[in-house]
Design a protein around this ligand. Structure first.
Ligand SMILES: C[S@@+](CC[C@H](N)C(=O)[O-])C[C@H]1O[C@@H](n2cnc3c(N)ncnc32)[C@H](O)[C@@H]1O
Length: 210
């Protein structure tokens, strides 16, 4: 288990990111413990998210970014602006009230984005992914849709055949869901960012070559 305190929280980049994340607008300041309601409407703990972005910057920009559970699309926007991707696919059932902000949040990169609207566990979702990927595999997957342990496993199993050898897979809300990768032997944990304040939990994994 890695904690935010294991990161170099004195680094200029991390502190700049925490300040910026607190300023861009959040879905629920009470839940995430920071920022103001509105703007990007992200659903992230600023310290954990800054840690993730620091790590992503070491590997990105990415070729094929995937997100399951986009909600407002604010996370996609922030990653596009701060890390970058050549193209992206999002899966979201648009049942969240702030999903109406997806157009606004993706307007600067709408030409790179394919949106699947519906259940990520459906046949249509896996078929859409297969068609989208073709021979160009996913190098970053952010899994933040159905918040049940089984739902997370289903999402991961859908994505697994399409992951590049060097792909990173991120699970959000590990604390509330109790995400365990014991049923995902293809993965090995790389970092687990858990803030001391209002933690959500961000688990970063890479493919297990062994
Ligand atoms: C926690 S929010 C995502 C937050 C976003 N990733 C962020 O960082 O701001 C989860 C989203 O997943 C969607 N969702 C939940 N279950 C889903 C499913 N089975 N298929 C597609 N979307 C789903 C919800 O409607 C919601 O928009």
């Amino acid at each position: 288990m890695y904690f935010v305190s294991d990161m170099d929280t004195t680094s200029t980049l991390w502190n700049t990111l925490v300040t910026e994340i607190r300023s861009i607008g959040i879905d629920s300041p009470a839940v995430f413990g920071c920022g103001n309601f509105g703007g990007y409407l992200i659903q992230q703990n600023a310290e954990e998210y800054a840690s993730l972005i620091c790590l992503m910057k070491q590997y990105g920009p990415f070729k094929n970014y995937l997100e399951i559970g986009a909600a407002s699309g604010g996370n996609l926007r922030f990653i596009h602006e701060n890390v970058g991707f050549a193209r992206a696919i999002s899966f979201d059932d648009c049942s969240h009230p702030h999903s109406t902000f997806q157009d606004e949040n993706s307007k600067s990169f709408s030409n790179k984005l394919t949106r699947f609207i519906g259940d990520s566990h459906s046949y249509e979702a896996s078929h859409t992914l297969e068609v989208w990927v073709k021979n160009d595999k996913i190098d970053f997957a952010f899994i933040d849709g159905d918040h049940s342990a089984l739902g997370v496993l289903q999402d991961f199993n859908m994505v697994l055949p399409y992951l590049a050898d060097n792909a990173l897979v991120v699970f959000h809300d590990t604390i509330s869901i109790g995400v365990s990768i014991e049923h995902m032997p293809k993965l090995k944990p790389k970092a687990h960012f858990v803030s001391k304040h209002n933690p959500c939990g961000i688990l970063v994994c890479e493919l297990n070559e062994g």
